[in-house]
Ligand binder design. Structure first.
Ligand SMILES: Cc1cc2nc3c(=O)[nH]c(=O)nc-3n(C[C@H](O)[C@H](O)[C@H](O)COP(=O)(O)O)c2cc1C
Length: 379
């Protein structure tokens, strides 16, 4: 196995242009000799590259638009507070929205009370959802202060009791998404992974940072590797800072994880899953043409209109900062896209993009720093 140094792993996401040509692919084996599909409990997933949940972004319209490009093995909803899911609140119903095209899908739940998680998971099973994911990675104060999210990683026994109870309650596969631990002094992920496996989870996604790190610093591939080594046979899904084919392959080779979840990298490059599929087929990954780039922009907007009506224009603004660099949108047009108010404005901007596609100076995505900032205690 090549060393991390040989692979030139992995610079912090926030400093990246999203352009990914720095790795020496010769160091990485041309294709990994393995099944393309992955077993996750009773599910067989069509690819080992998953869309990681990004609350507020990876809703049904984006998931659908990305799935149409090919290569996604599994997507997960935003985290949904278990008691809200049970009471059927409007927000949770929106987050649970799915369709025949939006498969395979897991629904992510969180909470601090076992009975809530059991009820929520059972309800999801009754409604026909095929996978339940428990969030133990969220670093946000409002979620941790109620004992949910990454806070659960601080008490291994309680976390395991909770996970075991959910596994026991449903017959669909249960997975957990977590970080390496609360902080550098409390790296609990390997111990938790071992106990969760014994409790019957089908797989674990591990974001290679601690809660204390938030979204800063480097993802620790060594940390992910320790989790892989801690379990017997369930798949570990590595996560964090994967922006291109080479990042994904390097993470897999260095950590031994069986799958990868990609979040922000999918908004920087919606074709990343297709490229990974091509890579595994032994084909050189192809960049999208200008038409494909503009079509994707329009398709995502179209799907948002179907879902939200004219309000889609407001909701679409935050995507402009992610899409600008990769979709060849000149800076002034990206700026206008970030302020659109009507569908008509969107159409006008697209017409101008068609005429001026690629006339962009910066290759850095404007939105790269859109993660919680400042001391983690204040999030
Ligand atoms: C805006 C935003 C929202 C997120 N929402 C969720 C979420 O709802 N559930 C979850 O498990 N992780 C969530 N995450 C964490 C991501 O799934 C992922 O673990 C993290 O961004 C690192 O992966 P990436 O570098 O591929 O984005 C979120 C991250 C961001 C930046």
């Amino acid at each position: 196995m090549p060393s991390a140094q040989e692979l030139n792993l992995i610079p912090p996401f926030e400093n990246e242009s999203g352009d990914c040509k720095k790795y020496n692919c010769d160091v990485i084996e041309a294709t990994l000799q393995e099944e393309v599909t992955l077993r996750l409990g009773s599910r067989t997933l069509p690819s080992r590259y998953f869309l990681a949940p990004l609350a507020g972004y990876t809703h049904l319209p984006l998931r659908t638009a990305l799935r149409e490009l090919g290569g996604i093995g599994l997507a997960t909803t935003d985290l949904i507070l278990a008691p809200q899911l049970i009471s059927g609140g409007r927000k949770s119903r929106e987050l649970m929205k799915t369709s025949d095209q939006d498969q395979p899908l897991s629904v992510q739940i969180f909470g601090s009370k076992i009975k809530d998680l059991i009820k929520a998971a059972s309800l999801l099973e009754e409604l026909g959802y095929q996978g339940v994911d428990i969030n133990m990675g969220c670093p946000m104060g409002k979620i941790n202060s109620s004992g949910g999210g990454a806070r659960l990683m601080c008490d291994c026994d309680a976390a395991t009791t909770m996970v075991a109870a959910v596994v026991e309650a449903v017959s669909v596969p249960v997975t957990v998404k977590m970080r390496l631990g609360w902080n550098a002094e409390q790296i609990t992920a390997p111990e938790l992974a071992k106990s969760f496996e014994q409790a019957g989870v089908a797989g674990i996604t591990i974001h290679g940072r601690t809660r204390q790190q938030g979204f800063h610093g480097k993802v620790s591939l060594e940390g992910i590797r320790q989790v892989v080594e801690a379990v017997d046979k369930i798949p570990i899904i590595g996560n964090g800072d994967v922006r291109c084919v080479e990042d994904a392959i390097a993470m897999r080779q260095f950590t031994g994880c069986q799958a990868i979840a990609i979040g922000r990298g999918a908004m920087l490059d919606p074709w990343i899953f297709r490229k990974l599929k091509q890579f595994h087929q032994g084909v050189t990954p192809t960049a999208p043409t200008a038409d494909e780039q503009i079509d994707f922009l329009c398709r995502h907007f179209e799907l948002m209109l179907q879902e939200h009506g004219e309000y889609a224009t407001v909701l679409f603004r935050k995507f402009a900062g992610w899409y600008g660099a990769r979709l060849g949108i000149p800076e002034d047009l990206e700026d206008r896209l970030r302020r659109i108010e009507t569908e008509k404005m969107f159409r006008e901007i697209v017409r101008e993009i068609q005429q001026r596609h690629g006339q962009r100076v910066s290759t850095t995505a404007t939105a790269l720093v859109k993660v919680p900032n400042g001391p983690v205690e204040r999030w």
